[in-house]
Design a protein around this ligand. Structure first.
Ligand SMILES: [Cu+2]
Length: 104
C-alpha cells in the first residue's frame, strides 16, 4: 500500500513538468515567423532555420542572454526561458531581423 502511494506522488511531479511548452519561431525570408510571442517561465522556444542561408539568433536582454551561433538550413536550436521578463531577439547576420518574447 505504501509503495503504491509513493508511485502516485512520483507521477504527479512528472506531470507538473509536462506543463512547460515548446514554441516554434521559424526563420524564413529573413524574418522571424512571429514578431511577438508570450510564453510562461520554463517554456522553450525552438528557432528552426528554413532559409537557404545561415542565421545566428541571439539576445543581449538582461533577463536571458544567449547566442545560438550561426546555423544552416534545416537546423534548429532551442532556448529555455527560466525568468520572467521581455527578451529582444535578433539575428547577428541580418540586422533587420527582430522579435520580442514576453516571459510571464
Ligand atoms: Cu538571419
Amino acid at each position: 500500500m505504501y509503495k503504491q502511494m509513493s508511485l502516485v506522488v512520483l507521477l504527479m511531479s512528472f506531470s507538473t513538468l509536462a506543463f512547460s511548452e515548446e514554441y516554434i519561431v521559424e526563420q524564413k525570408g529573413k524574418v522571424f515567423s512571429v514578431k511577438q510571442l508570450s510564453i510562461k517561465v520554463g517554456d522553450t522556444v525552438s528557432f528552426p532555420n528554413n532559409d537557404p542561408f545561415y542565421h545566428n539568433v541571439f539576445s543581449y536582454s538582461g533577463t536571458k542572454k544567449f547566442d545560438l551561433g550561426s546555423y544552416k538550413k534545416g537546423d534548429t536550436r532551442k532556448v529555455t526561458f527560466n525568468k520572467p521578463g521581455v527578451i529582444e531577439v535578433e539575428c547577428a547576420i541580418h540586422p533587420k531581423m527582430h522579435m520580442t518574447i514576453n516571459v510571464e
